[in-house]
Write a protein that binds this ligand. Structure first.
Ligand code: SF4
Length: 398
């Protein structure tokens, strides 16, 4: 028998206290305490206030569970918008590496005792995004999950079933039962993705070959000849009425108009001037900035950049109002070569350039705040570059 201060714990783990000995002698007290415990347990299991951590499609099913058909409120599962008033966090949707620390912070703000339901395959395992550079492969990598509700998405009835299982768990906990199970090695084995990941030791060259050949067979279809549409049949807003405008500006720059190889290539040092000219011609909306990364010897030919590692950044502008016209061009910075930022001409370039910097490592000179946009602040590398290895670890979430 061990002694800790005035508390006593015997070898069987039972807890004793001098005060208990006095209380147990009061007639009817144990009966009253048992009844009170039942009331408290009933109250706790039927007032599982919920904090919704709904991020994607599963969130819609979560919302539907509060609607009239399932009406999850009748179990006392009121949805609260504050973690401080919630007992249960329902993670409904995909959680990204950038989001995970925020989810954890919200979890930490919930008072004890608290529980977590992982709703849907994305929350449970990352689902088909599991190997993606940005997705957490299951929220139980950073949260203690009590109930898993499988499905893609699970319907509201399945979520209600999950709450019933959670109620059982809460009741068991109130009765002093051990509610956190030991990991089942058999389960760990079968929950491994059936499609081996690139990093899995049992992935063989034969499997690579089988997958490539099955993909080739699947795409070995008869392709219909391209349909030629006469220009007059193209709807007015998309007619090539901008051709003369853009081509005129490009001719001033000594650049060939767009060909079959893609948008016209503009020297990096002149593209800011081109954007200014086009804005003056009415192209007031920057629709998109999209970059691609090419390793040496890859990408489309046409200039020396095709021979060495480079990015190709494609810009798309449009006029605003009836008879919309579009203009597009590309620049090809070599690895590490900065591209002048368009943020002083188009305010919308700010975020779009940050995205291309974050995901592909394109550097924009003159940008007012060039830092990561989508990935976590401490993420290493640029995940959409060709040399980024699939399933790269992003500690501590992957
Ligand atoms: S499990 Fe399916 S339905 Fe749910 S968030 Fe993921 S993809 Fe969407």
């Amino acid at each position: 028998m061990g002694v800790k201060g005035h508390r006593t714990v015997d070898d069987t783990g039972n807890f004793e206290h001098p005060l208990y000995k006095v209380l147990f002698q009061i007639p009817g007290l144990t009966l009253a305490a048992t009844a009170l415990d039942h009331v408290l347990t009933w109250g706790m299991t039927n007032a599982l206030w919920t904090f919704p951590m709904a991020t994607s499609c599963c969130g819609i099913e979560f919302m539907a569970s509060a609607a009239s058909r399932v009406d999850i409120d009748r179990m006392g599962t009121i949805v609260r918008a504050s973690p401080r008033q919630a007992d249960v966090m329902v993670v409904a949707g995909t959680i990204t590496v950038k989001m995970a620390p925020r989810v954890k912070k919200l979890w930490d703000q919930m008072p004890e005792p608290k529980w977590c339901i992982a709703m849907g395959s994305c929350a449970i395992s990352g689902d088909f995004y599991r190997n993606l550079y940005s997705v957490v492969p299951g929220v139980d990598t950073f949260l203690p999950v009590d109930v898993y509700v499988p499905g893609c998405p699970p319907n509201p009835e399945a979520l209600m079933h999950g709450f019933l299982r959670l109620q059982e768990k809460v009741r068991a906990m109130r009765q002093g039962a051990k509610v956190v199970g030991d990991p089942n090695p058999e389960l760990l084995r079968v929950t491994k993705p059936s499609n081996p990941r690139l990093v899995d030791a049992d992935r063989t060259a034969a499997l690579d070959e089988a997958q490539v050949s099955s993909a080739e067979t699947a795409t070995d279809l008869e392709v219909a000849p391209p349909v030629s549409v006469p220009l007059e049949a193209v709807p007015a807003p998309f007619a090539a009425s901008n051709a003369t405008e853009l081509d005129g500006v490009l001719a001033d720059f000594g650049i060939l108009p767009a060909g079959k190889q893609g948008p016209p290539l503009v020297p990096v040092e002149r593209h800011l001037e081109l954007a200014r000219r086009l804005k003056g011609l009415g192209y007031r909306q920057l629709v998109s900035i999209v970059a691609t990364h090419w390793l040496a010897g890859k990408g489309r030919g046409g200039n020396e950049a095709g021979e060495v590692e480079h990015h190709e950044v494609v810009y798309l502008l449009r006029t605003v109002g009836p008879g919309t016209r579009v203009a597009t061009w590309a620049v090809r910075p070599l690895a590490g070569q900065p591209v002048p930022s368009l943020s002083e001409v188009y305010a919308g370039a700010d975020w779009q350039e940050r995205e291309q910097f974050d995901l592909l490592g394109v550097v924009f000179s003159g940008h007012p705040d060039l830092r990561r946009l989508m990935m976590a602040e401490n993420y290493t590398g640029h995940p959409l570059r060709r040399d980024f290895a699939a399933d790269t670890a992003a500690a501590p979430w992957r």
